[in-house]
Structures are given as structure tokens and as C-alpha cells.
Write a protein that binds this ligand. Structure first.
Ligand SMILES: C[S@@+](CC[C@H](N)C(=O)[O-])C[C@H]1O[C@@H](n2cnc3c(N)ncnc32)[C@H](O)[C@@H]1O
Ligand code: SF4
Length: 398
């Protein structure tokens, strides 16, 4: 008798809250400006019912992390968040060292709300600063001021959040290297254990897409990135993922689970999930109904459940783990995909020959990290239409 070698990875929970004060012109997330009273109580009930329906996917596991993202989840009341977390804990259980993050925007709350979120069970905040400079906040159409950005970071600390993240963006309209570094210096002064630093991208279906602002050219953006990485590292914030920086042992547990191809349930409007079913040798992708009103009204919140095809697994796995500057152990590939590493060996060997991948780990070299898109393109070779075949691992069970 044979059994698959796919193993059950840790499982996280993503909870999507889809409303914001206003829609930012660069944002293509499932977030909607809201000018009425938020249907908070109904939405929380729906989230709980959504989770109940997904419970069989847990297969006995407890959540190792929860991320409440959006949208602007800090628009919800601490009492609502507490009710939600209590229900999640009762239904699924929490690992003893669970990380529970809430995304918060400056200006949508006060110190009291921060402290109350802490009491409600949130133990990590992710604050959407984007820039500390008023002129750039205005160019980005943000609903908060530079003062509110600073106060938010200070409030996180005084409310007892030792663990918090600041989200910043660079490559902003008309930004110079000095202006980008000024944002980082102001962030560093807040002593964040974790910082996410994203290059602004222009996404379809956004206002910036139809009326593009003038962005710094590629050379300037590279200059900003190089100088920024050096500045952050000189202050003990090391780049452990393409856009994520942290002090020692301060990685985001929730994001690490994504990047190590762990499992997650996704509840809320448009939320995605990834589930491993070792017994059936299957990996599933799930998606919930995207439009918030439809999500609230439809009895079944599930929009789609799809099998990840064997041919897609190498790219899906590598797209995640190679974002990590330390990559992962080779053994993880078989455990998380159920495929033999041997079946992708020709691609690995050719990348190693070009000094893009290390010999001993699934880890990009410094050159490979610079050309990550080129490295990842190699793993599309296993997609349908190519001659490569992939071998599923089968192990004998006794
Ligand atoms: C889910 S979003 C929004 C979180 C929060 N509502 C806010 O506005 O700060 C998470 C992060 O993605 C980043 N982001 C959103 N749109 C982006 C874009 N077009 N280019 C680069 N980063 C973007 C921002 O840094 C943002 O904080
Ligand atoms: S960037 Fe944040 S606040 Fe702005 S629309 Fe997107 S989710 Fe909402």
C-alpha cells in the first residue's frame, strides 16, 4: 500500500475586512470607500459562519497566526474584533504562541482604540504609514496627515505593542533618493521591529492607471532601493524577504508561513485560502465571494475551490520560497508539494550553473535575488504544453 509524502503544514488564518474611509488612487485591493454605517455586526456573524464551513480543512490543526487585513480593519470596533477572535479560538483553537496581527491606518483611531485592540487579543499591529511627508501623502491621496502617521507609530508603542510593523512605499511621484531615505529615517526613529518597504506599482483598475503620475525612472528607483537597504541594515533591520525587513527573530510569522508554502484559510469578502489534503494527495486553492454586499447576502460564501495542478506546483512553491533571502531547505519542496526534487533537477542545475541558485539550499544567490523574475520564469517550464513530466512522491507505509 502506498501513501503520499505530502505533509500537513502549519495553518494560518487570513480575515478580510473590505472597507476604507476612501479609496486610494493606487490601490487595487478588494477595498471599498464606505459612506454609511459599517455593517460590522452582520459581517462578523458572516465571518464566523464562513470559518465554520471551512473547519474540516483544519484536519486537527490549530492556527499558528491570524492576520486581519483589508481594507481598513481598524475601522471595526475593538469589541467586534474581540467577539470575532473569541469565536475563532472556540471553533479552531490557537497555538500557544499565536501571532495575531491587525492592519491599522493612521487617523482612523485613537490611542484608546489601540489599547482596546491589545486587550481584545491583537498582539501585533501593521500600520499603513506609506510616507511620513505631507506632500507625498497628498500625492498618494491618503486620508491621514504626516502628524497622524507619527502619532500612530508612537501610539502603537505606548499601547503596549512591542510587536508592530510599519508599511512604507518608495518610488513615489517625483521622489528623490533623499526624500525616500528621509521616510526610512523617520521610520527607524520609531524603532519598529518590522518594516515593509514596497515599490509603488501602477495597477490596472486604479485611478493612477487611468491618470498615471510621473514616477522616478528605473535608475533612480534602483538607487533608492540600494541606499535604503543599506540604511535599514545599518540600523539592524535586515532584508529577509524582497520587501520585508526586521530585527533578530522579528520576522512576521504569518507572512513567513505564506512564503514557506504553508496552509491558510481565508475568510471574508474575496479572501483566498490554500489547503493541503495529504490523504487525497491534493492541494486546493479557495476563494470567497468578492463583492462585500454579495458576500453578506449569499448563503454560501465560497466563490471557488480549485485543485492546484501538479504542473503548477514548482512555480507556486518557488515564487514563495525564493522571495526569502535565506530560501529554504531542499527537503521542504517534497514535503510541501508532494513532488520529487529530482523532477525539477535539470532546471535547478542550469540555474546553479549560472550562479543564480545556491548548491546546498533552495536559495537564490545575491545575483539570483537581483534577477528573481528571470529565475522564476525557469519554473514555468513545467506548465502544460511543456515536455517535462513531474513525478509525485509515493512512500511505502507499513
Ligand atoms: C492591504 S494594503 C493596505 C493596508 C492599509 N489599508 C493601508 O492603506 O495602509 C497593504 C499594503 O500594500 C501596499 N500597497 C498597496 N497598494 C500598493 C501599490 N500599488 N504599490 C505598492 N504597494 C502597495 C501598501 O504599503 C499597503 O500598506
Ligand atoms: S491603500 Fe489601504 S486605505 Fe487605501 S484604499 Fe487600499 S486598503 Fe484602503
Amino acid at each position: 500500500m502506498t501513501a503520499p509524502a505530502l505533509t500537513l503544514p502549519p495553518v494560518a488564518l487570513y480575515i478580510h475586512i473590505p472597507w476604507c474611509l476612501k479609496k486610494c488612487p493606487y490601490c487595487d485591493f478588494n477595498s471599498h470607500a464606505n459612506d454609511r454605517t459599517l455593517p460590522e455586526a452582520a459581517y462578523i456573524e458572516k465571518l464566523i459562519a464562513d470559518l465554520e464551513q471551512d473547519l474540516p480543512y483544519l484536519q486537527g490543526r490549530k492556527f499558528t497566526s491570524i492576520f486581519i487585513g483589508g481594507g481598513t480593519p481598524s475601522l471595526f470596533s475593538p469589541a467586534g474584533i474581540e467577539k470575532l477572535l473569541t469565536a475563532v479560538e472556540n471553533l479552531a483553537g490557537f497555538a500557544s504562541d499565536i501571532e495575531i496581527t491587525l492592519e491599522a491606518n493612521p487617523g482612523t483611531f485613537e490611542l484608546e482604540k489601540f489599547s482596546a485592540f491589545r486587550s481584545a487579543g491583537i498582539n501585533r499591529l501593521s500600520i499603513g504609514i506609506q510616507s511620513f511627508q505631507q506632500s507625498f501623502l497628498e500625492k498618494l491621496g491618503r486620508a491621514h496627515s504626516d502628524k497622524e502617521a507619527l502619532t500612530a507609530a508612537e501610539n502603537a508603542l505606548s499601547a503596549g505593542f512591542e510587536n508592530f510593523n510599519l508599511d512604507l512605499m518608495f518610488g513615489l511621484p517625483g521622489q528623490s533618493i533623499e526624500e525616500a531615505l528621509k521616510d526610512l529615517e523617520m521610520a527607524i526613529a520609531c524603532n519598529p521591529p518590522h518594516l515593509s518597504w514596497y515599490q509603488l506599482t501602477i495597477e490596472p483598475n486604479t485611478l493612477f492607471y487611468s491618470k498615471p503620475p510621473s514616477l522616478p525612472n528605473d535608475d533612480l528607483v534602483s538607487g533608492i532601493q540600494e541606499a535604503g537597504i543599506d540604511l535599514l541594515s545599518s540600523h539592524g533591520l535586515d532584508r529577509y524577504e524582497v520587501s520585508a525587513f526586521c530585527g533578530p527573530d522579528q520576522e512576521s510569522r504569518h507572512n513567513l508561513n505564506y512564503w514557506l508554502f504553508g496552509d491558510y484559510l481565508g475568510i471574508g469578502a474575496g479572501a483566498h485560502g490554500k489547503i493541503t489534503l495529504p490523504e487525497e494527495n491534493l492541494i486546493l486553492r479557495t476563494q470567497k465571494v468578492r463583492q462585500p454586499d454579495n458576500y453578506l447576502q449569499q448563503e454560501n460564501p465560497v466563490a471557488e475551490v480549485a485543485k492546484v495542478q501538479t504542473s503548477e506546483l514548482p512555480l507556486e512553491f518557488m515564487m514563495n520560497v525564493l522571495r526569502l533571502s535565506k530560501g529554504c531547505d531542499q527537503v521542504l519542496f517534497g514535503e510541501r508539494t508532494g513532488l520529487a526534487l529530482q523532477s525539477i533537477e535539470p532546471v535547478l542545475a542550469s540555474l546553479r550553473d549560472k550562479n543564480l541558485l545556491r548548491n546546498d539550499r533552495l536559495q537564490a544567490t545575491s545575483k539570483g535575488f537581483l534577477f528573481l523574475d528571470t529565475v522564476l520564469t525557469e519554473f514555468t517550464k513545467f506548465m502544460p504544453g511543456d515536455n517535462h513530466t513531474l513525478e509525485r512522491i509515493e512512500v511505502n507505509s507499513r
